[in-house]
Design a protein around this ligand. Structure first.
Ligand code: DAH
Length: 497
């Protein structure tokens, strides 16, 4: 936990209704549910626990921070900047994170066996209740309330994930959607004309756009034939893409200005901004895309989007509406807007961090304050023998509950030890996080092999300890590391090497 003696823990500065009143839980892994307490109390409400419960205290202690609405917080400044590109949209910024499995998955059309539902990826409060894994969890409710044609939803979202400089189990997303109501128009042509007129009113930009594929493709990116005419899908998609292009132009121009102001103008001017549209799959949209931005020498996934699945709108009782939606991760955008090098910094209460940001002023690059030394430690172990020998699989980002884009996560396919009764890599990540908290910078698999005779798997991970607020002594790093080693033995029955 990042705390400085001069600044009180932010949790206590929050109104009582945002605090966790009582957290009656302890950490247990997704495989160790027998020791679950009878209930979890979150924000004053008790939820019965069951064999699905896997929310650790390290997660709950961040509950209520609401970085996206803290004045002058970089996440909040980023949110406002994006919101400003969608005038007239209703902005929902206070939707609480506890949602039903129905809201998070079923309402969006996630298949019953979608990997995102797994306990290794999602924080379950109990079998029917989760900490939302994405802001899309609120789409149906907001459509059903039918208060505005356009809306955004910004919120904290929760995923069991790797530990490194760009991954944190809590991050922030913004959902955006815009629909047109067929009932508002005397004819289909009048509706098409209106969307076209709205499209023509969108700000123009000089961005280089690579968009090589047709708007829809029967196998790769289908039109919802039963519900939309090709003309409708075309114009909605054109409106969607231009709106989002405009948004990234704004963001990246701001980032360039901040770079120039910090004296890095040559870097900023190196290459013109360009974006590309990549066909994608989401249960809640079709056709769908991810947008990537060429930024300082790399293609960067920025967001996911598409034409809203009509069954979702029908379920929301707004069957006469058609339109588009997108989801964007705010951390990644904030990191590149301000040049913030480590995702843990967002949670810092350190004034050397917080005092650097001011909303309503020209963006300024983050000036790193001194880094404390890193203490890497390796842990190697044999996996327990199981009938199903674990295999290492590359999990494509699109199979997770959310694409890497909206999660602000890496574009590399994650190396994942596929589910076995005994060990999943995310369990290790959680042991690390629960033991060492924010004192761990990252955890990487550096070696694995299978014993030629016994067939047993051996894994070796490097855990890099580095606190953002002090130098960790050797003894402290050793102690944390030893605790982690022992937890691995007791929770997963691994054999240390
Ligand atoms: N919910 C998706 C996620 O978390 C992101 C997303 C993709 C949202 C496409 C959307 C969308 O609204 O249309 O990864």
């Amino acid at each position: 936990m990042l705390r400085l003696s001069c600044s009180p823990p932010l949790l206590l500065a929050l109104p009582a209704n945002l605090r966790i009143l009582r957290v009656a839980t302890r950490f247990y892994s997704s495989q160790d549910a027998s020791s679950a307490p009878a209930s979890l109390t979150i924000n004053g409400k008790a939820y019965p626990s069951d064999s699905w419960t896997n929310v650790p205290p390290s997660i709950l202690k961040h509950y209520g921070r609401q970085l996206h609405i803290q004045p002058n917080h970089p996440i909040s400044i980023t949110r406002k900047l994006i919101e400003s590109r969608f005038p007239g949209f209703k902005n929902h910024n206070a939707l609480p994170p506890v949602v039903t499995v129905g809201q998070n998955f079923d309402s969006l059309g996630f298949a019953p066996d979608h990997p995102g539902r797994s306990k290794t990826d999602t924080y379950y409060i109990n079998k029917s209740t989760v900490l939302r894994t994405h802001t899309s969890a609120h789409e149906v409710d907001v459509f059903r309330a039918n208060e505005s044609d356009g809306y955004t939803i910004s919120a904290d979202v929760y995923r069991r994930d790797a530990v490194d400089k760009s991954h944190y189990p809590i991050f922030h997303q913004m959902e955006g959607a815009l629909t047109w109501d067929r009932n508002d128009y005397p004819s289909n042509q009048a509706l098409l004309d209106q969307i076209k007129a709205d499209y023509d009113k969108l700000p123009r930009h000089d961005l280089v756009v690579e968009d090589p594929n047709p708007t829809f493709h029967p196998q790769r990116n289908p039109l919802q034939e039963q519900h939309h005419s090709p003309e409708e899908a075309e114009i909605i998609s054109a409106h969607l893409k231009r709106s989002l292009e405009d948004m990234v132009v704004t963001i990246f121009n701001e980032a360039d200005k901040a770079l120039a102001a910090a004296g890095h103008s040559s870097e900023a001017e190196k290459e013109p901004l360009k974006v590309r549209w990549i066909e994608a799959f989401f249960p809640h949209t079709s056709p769908s895309w991810e947008m990537e931005v060429w930024w300082r020498g790399d293609w960067l996934e920025v967001l996911g989007c598409g034409v809203i699945e009509q069954p979702l709108l029908i379920r929301s009782n707004v069957e006469s509406r058609i339109g588009w939606a997108f989801g964007i991760g705010l951390e990644r955008i904030a990191m590149l807007l301000f040049g913030i090098p480590d995702i843990r910094l967002f949670w810092s209460n350190d004034q050397r961090f917080l005092a650097q940001f001011e909303g309503g002023k020209p963006m300024k690059r983050f000036v790193p304050f001194s880094k404390y030394p890193a203490a890497p430690r390796d842990v190697a172990f044999w996996l327990p023998k199981t009938d199903s020998t674990p295999t290492v699989a590359a999990t494509p980002a699109s199979t997770s509950s959310a694409p890497s884009s909206a999660g602000g996560q890496s574009t590399e396919p994650a190396i994942t030890i596929t589910d076995t009764p005994a060990f999943h890599e995310n369990d290790l990540m959680e042991v690390v996080r629960n033991t060492a908290g924010d004192s761990v910078e990252d955890v990487v698999l550096i070696d694995r092999f299978t014993h030629p005779k016994t067939g047993r798997e051996s894994l070796c991970y490097r855990v890099t300890y580095r606190s953002l607020e002090k130098t960790l002594t050797n003894e402290e790093a050793n102690m944390l590391h030893e605790q982690i080693r022992q937890e691995l033995v007791t929770k997963f029955g691994v054999e240390l090497r």
